[in-house]
Ligand binder design. Structure first.
Ligand code: PLP
Length: 336
């Protein structure tokens, strides 16, 4: 497993902290709950896309790109982190945003990540839900090439095998932290969407035969499709890393019971999880990913899925900036 052969822009503030959550652990009365703070990766308020972008932007730079094109939902954390790194590297950035929720509030359309995309200097263009966003990126790339520019397309979520290497790095970093602390970790849990995070974690933890399992909590697709997407990408990632065959189908597990009505649509469990983490641990989750991921972990703890004394690590993938796009969802908050 040799990561040093890939061009890489070192921008992550790492290793990110691994913290115990004593009050959440006590409130749930189940396993010992830890949190890997990948909301603290540093770039443009942080998040999981930063680790992927280290490798993706490394390639873009090596190819001489001058413009980055990527896509996501209106409140995309990936888009915000991409335009931040493009700005830092002196590249232009085209952000294509798909309306996946139909929300029309001023906050959702213009605050949170959308505001930061504009602050970082992106050209932002909106597309209706259901648009073929990959085709739209190709159209934009052709326009730019015709103008003599050198565009580089980053897929939604930065999720291809190259981007997933960022989460192989995170897997190795966590194993090192666990060993340093003498922490016997049973499972790593996180929100899974475009699959790159889980694919990288599985490739890293299986490729090193760490004995630590990964559970993705889905935010969009149904379980069968989500697991297949993650598995396909994890296999490609292991191939790219030079450890073909490292990933078994059984090592890819997703629980998609916490999506609710659809991607980006609030659920009561998400609101509870975001509020609990804020009030018990002072940690800000996000409404689209880590809030639903944590809602899943909280529910599994309540159902006795884990044993008392087991150590479970939640990877906080960031996204709290999107809370500003969802203030309506939290309008009924009462003081403690
Ligand atoms: C993108 C994102 C995820 C999901 O990661 P994938 O690699 O797309 O599966 C989770 N949490 C946050 C906050 C994200 O922005």
């Amino acid at each position: 497993m040799k990561l040093t052969t890939f061009p890489r822009v070192r921008i992550t503030h790492g290793p990110t902290p691994l913290e115990f959550m004593p009050r959440l652990t006590e409130a749930l009365g189940g396993p010992n709950l830890y949190i890997k703070r990948d909301d603290c990766t540093g770039l443009g308020t942080g998040g999981n896309k930063t680790r992927k972008l280290e490798f993706l932007m490394g390639e873009a730079d090596a190819l001489g790109a001058d413009t980055i094109i990527t896509q996501g939902a209106t409140q995309s954390n990936h888009a915000r982190q991409t335009v931040a790194i493009a700005a830092k590297m002196g590249m232009a950035c085209d952000i294509l945003l798909e309306d996946r929720t139909g929300f029309t509030s001023e906050a959702y359309k213009h605050s949170g990540n959308v505001f930061l995309d504009q602050l970082y200097g992106a050209r932002v263009k909106e597309y209706p839900g259901g648009t073929d966003m990959n085709a739209a990126m190709e159209v934009r790339a052709a326009e730019l090439r015709a103008q003599g520019r050198k565009p580089y397309i980053i897929p939604g979520g930065g999720s291809n095998a190259l981007g997933a290497l960022g989460y192989v790095v995170c897997a190795l970093e966590m194993v090192d932290q666990f060993n340093h602390l003498g922490l016997d970790v049973h499972e790593v849990v996180h929100a899974t969407g475009s699959a790159g995070t889980q694919a990288g974690l599985v490739a890293g933890l299986e490729g090193t035969r760490s004995g630590i399992s990964v559970l993705g909590i889905g935010v969009r697709a149904a379980q069968a499709a989500q697991e297949q997407n993650v598995y396909n990408l994890a296999v490609k990632t292991a191939d790219l890393l030079g450890v073909p065959g490292a990933v078994s189908r059984e090592s890819v597990k997703a629980n998609c019971d916490y999506v609710g009505a659809g991607y980006g649509l609030p659920t009561p469990g998400m609101v509870e999880a975001v509020t609990m983490l804020a009030r018990l641990e002072g940690i800000l989750l996000d409404p689209v990913y880590s809030g639903k991921g944590m809602a899943g972990l909280i529910d599994l703890c309540r159902k006795g899925h884990y044993q008392k004394g087991q150590n479970v690590v939640f990877v906080h993938t960031g996204g709290a900036v999107a809370l500003y796009g969802y203030t309506d969802t939290f309008k009924d908050l009462t003081p403690l």
